[in-house]
Design a protein around this ligand. Sequence first.
Ligand SMILES: *Cc1c(COP(=O)(O)O)cnc(C)c1O
Length: 412
Amino acid sequence: MKHSLINTGDIAQYRDRFNWPVNADGARQTYLCGNSLGLQPRRAVERVQEVLSDWSSLAVEGHFDAKRPWLTYHEQAAPLLARLLGCDASECVTMNTLTINLNLLMISFYRPTEQRYKILIEQDAFPSDRYAVQSQLHLHGHDPANGIVEWTRDDDDYSIDSLAALLDEHDDIALLLLPGVQYLTGEWLDLPAIAALARQHDIPLGLDLAHAVGNVPVNLSMIDADFAVFCTYKYLNGGPGAIGGAWVNQRHHASDLPRLHGWWGNDESTRFLMRDTFEPAAGVDVWQQSNPPILGLAPVIASLEMFDAVGMSALRARSLELTGHLANRLERELADAVQIVTPRDPSRRGAQLSLRLRTDATAAKQVFERLQQADIIGDWREPNIIRVAPAPFYNTLEDTDRLVDVLTAALS
Ligand SMILES: *Cc1c(COP(=O)(O)O)cnc(C)c1O
């Protein structure tokens, strides 16, 4: 992993390299919602304008003559992603969007048999992941209603012991699909331990890293899962609906797993010879189907460059400082009214804290509305959870203090 010379103090200067939403008086909002949609990097605006300008002046020649030629534009992403995810550049790619990538990789890695066909997901899995899993079961002729095994939480935590017990109990599981950081509770799961269990039971493991990339340090070479998918619009600040990403462990690159093909998965050397026979590209690139949306990639690459410049270790240090400060104040001052659902141990969480208000649902919703009126942007999950995430790139201790102060007033 590349070392960064930037210390957490220097990260503060990045706050002004983002465009901030403002209130009616033109003052910056207290934005704590980077777990849902990251702020817009100014560099992203420049990069999108560059593509628009090359398109207007060069049209089709932009594929070769643009400042960053479109023909190879997507290749900028792989080395940046590889350093961010701790993997080889041949294993990661930007393509499509998250749920599509999840479905595409399940086509390859969900290989059910009569006896072994169930898919394990966690309780409170993100609905899109659950729907994708249901549709894969259906695609293979299984009843989605009894094809899902759920790993339930003990108290608010997903325990490795209970996962181990589930896997011992079930010999009918064909795939594990689990998150890096769980979207609702903010728990950072012990991925190396999960991967070890998957290996032990010989079950493929897919990871949804939507809430992990750009949030916590991820080292995919060490985790040894089979595939991973992620989006880039949350902590990675890639823009609304931005292009997603995928990772496939290199041990599967030369395999004959079934895949859905398109011309962009054909080997680069013969891609434009327009032949009738498909020649697979090396590495994860073979899963690509279409030529990538350059306008969607431009902000993602701009943002990945920023992550590369600062480095995940410095961002993580800053994140521990911000989220630790917020958690400490909430525990010291508001423990009677607010329960932190996210694990206490900083090594088991990322930036996000999920706060359960110890009131009825109506009162809880009113508290959330008070935050909104005070220009504090978090998000609400039924029936009584407020999620807030100080993003290490652009939030400050003052942002977290404002949240606690306004919460205190709203709860008193
Ligand atoms: C954000 C998120 C999604 C959203 O999926 P899209 O295909 O990008 O719309 C899906 N799953 C998880 C776990 C997420 O956090």
